[in-house]
Design a protein around this ligand. Structure first.
Ligand code: ADP
Ligand code: GLC
Length: 467
């Protein structure tokens, strides 16, 4: 079976968040299961594209409204990649140092049109086109309705919603740039008077998946305006829990971390990593270390963290380290806290892949007080590194973390409020003091299996059911 994943991100080529991790792992596991799974993504101007070799497979021009835009399709010749990766190269639109900007309408429209034109030109057509998030949300519509692609309309198109908060809204001034279709189908593009690529993909894809079963249910109640649409389309919707790439995220072999370790050596291994991190960032290594890694946005509950940290550090003997970036106001508050709690608190504002691995390996607890969490990968990385997740029970967090009081292994809280996050940290800190139970739990969580194997099969079964 030939599958093409279409995405704006893919690890290790371009990563902003979990989308990249998923698109960098799912095709690999599908490939291992015997499927011819590949990825097509934009050719950005970044370290990966500058340091690898590429073969040009196809060169042509696409129509974006009245403009004619040259593009090419490249294939990466990187021996480390475990599945084929193709790129759409459009010099002035996609070849940028960033993945996303404030106005990406034309960039991702051109990407999608080039992708469809290229698929049209292929002799050996895919059996499945698998689109990820709103940046690829017009492909299901184009495959179904655009005159140019009529010959592709028997190829099943799947769409996976990684985050329904972002929908790629486009004003009608861009309508003429979408490859021509019968205007009686205009309604498929529209949601509340604006072109909504995510809504269009939900309407037109053959199947819609989200990245955890609980998030699928939650979307029917809260989906940033798409609740009714998702409820109406629920027959073709399914939640499939993300996995993690256990080759990349393996404390035994991870080349980013200070000392590798296994379940047997977890105590000394984590101690060595924690010692390094605490020395580097002036923290007390003898105290339980709580960490946060992520985007500093409302969905992650990040706005509450400065107040939570300030409160808890006054009353509990713990250390806190945060890695993230996002809202400037939150960043400023988090940086300011360093003056008040030096020696017990530090933060690195920015993005650092290596540091994130060291934190998973060093921390005793990982905080995820998310308001919305479609799946969340951090908690699964934490578990694999013997770090106890402290999570708000929502979406994928609800599906992957069970509270210690319910015979589980993590700390869960129901609300996103300063009081409930503080209460959860206190419970975690008490758990840390019970050394025997804490150490046994560490080994136990490292054995939990969140590898992609099961979910990669679930996707293949889904493709087979419509092929
Ligand atoms: P989301 O995609 O919503 O941001 P996920 O939990 O699915 O959340 O995935 C986040 C991914 O991004 C994880 O791999 C996490 O380690 C990584 N990450 C987030 N923020 C940073 C950062 N500042 N530096 C390094 N890695 C980060
Ligand atoms: C999105 C979600 C996150 C999920 C990731 C990968 O970024 O916010 O919860 O884990 O996609 O599917």
């Amino acid at each position: 079976m030939k599958i093409i994943h279409v995405s704006a991100e893919c690890y290790p080529i371009a990563k902003i968040g979990g989308l990249a991790d998923v698109v960098g792992a799912l095709p690999k596991y599908q490939y291992q299961l015997g499927a011819d799974s590949s990825v097509i993504m934009p050719f950005y101007n970044n370290k990966f594209t500058k340091t690898n070799r590429f073969t040009e497979l196809h060169e042509s021009e696409l129509k974006l409204g009245h403009d004619t835009i040259p593009y090419s399709v490249l294939r990466a010749e990187a021996p480390d990649l475990e599945f084929p990766i193709y790129f759409i190269h459009i010099e002035h639109l996609l070849y940028k140092e960033y993945v996303y900007s404030d106005n990406d309408v034309e960039r991702f429209l051109a990407f999608q049109i080039a992708t469809m034109d290229w698929i049209l030109s292929l002799e050996n057509k895919p059996d499945i086109i698998h689109c990820h998030d709103h940046h690829t949300g017009l492909i299901p519509f184009m495959a179904q309705e655009s005159y140019n692609y009529k010959s592709l309309n028997k190829i099943p198109v799947i769409t996976t919603i990684h985050n329904a908060q972002y929908q790629g809204w486009m004003s009608y001034e861009y309508l003429h740039k979408i490859p021509e279709f019968n205007s009686k189908y205009l309604g498929l593009l529209d949601w509340n008077g604006i072109i909504n690529p995510l809504a269009a993909s939900i309407k037109c894809a053959w199947r819609v998946t989200t990245v955890s079963p609980s998030y699928m249910e939650e979307l029917k109640e809260q989906a940033n305006g798409l609740e009714n649409l998702l409820a109406a389309e629920s027959a073709k919707c399914v939640g499939i829990l993300n996995g993690i790439d256990t080759d990349v995220w393996n404390p035994e072999t991870d080349s980013f971390i200070i000392k590798n370790y296994t379940k047997t050596t977890v105590t000394s291994g984590k101690k060595a990593n924690k010692k390094w991190l605490c020395k580097e960032y002036d923290l007390d290594e003898t105290k339980p270390l709580f960490a946060f890694i992520g985007r500093l946005v409302g969905e992650k509950g990040a706005g509450l963290l400065p107040k939570v940290f300030n409160e808890i550090l006054k009353s509990k003997d713990i250390s806190i380290f945060l890695l993230g970036s996002g809202f400037k106001e939150t960043e400023t508050e988090l940086l300011y806290l360093k003056n008040l709690h030096s020696g017990n608190y530090n933060t690195y504002i920015g993005y650092d892949e290596k540091l994130s691995h060291i934190i998973y390996a060093s921390a005793d607890f990982l905080l995820m007080p998310s308001r919305v969490e479609p799946c969340g990968l951090n908690q699964m990385y934490a578990l694999r590194y013997g770090t106890v997740p402290v999570v708000r029970s929502i979406g994928g967090l609800k599906d992957t973390v069970v509270d210690i009081d319910s015979k589980g292994f993590g700390i869960c809280h129901q609300d996103v409020s300063i009081a409930s996050i503080i209460e959860a940290i206190k419970r975690a800190s008490d758990f840390y003091d019970n050394k025997e139970a804490f150490n046994a739990n560490r080994k136990n969580i490292m054995s939990l299996n969140h590898s992609w194997e099961v979910s990669a099969k679930a996707y293949l079964n889904l493709y087979n059911s419509i092929n």
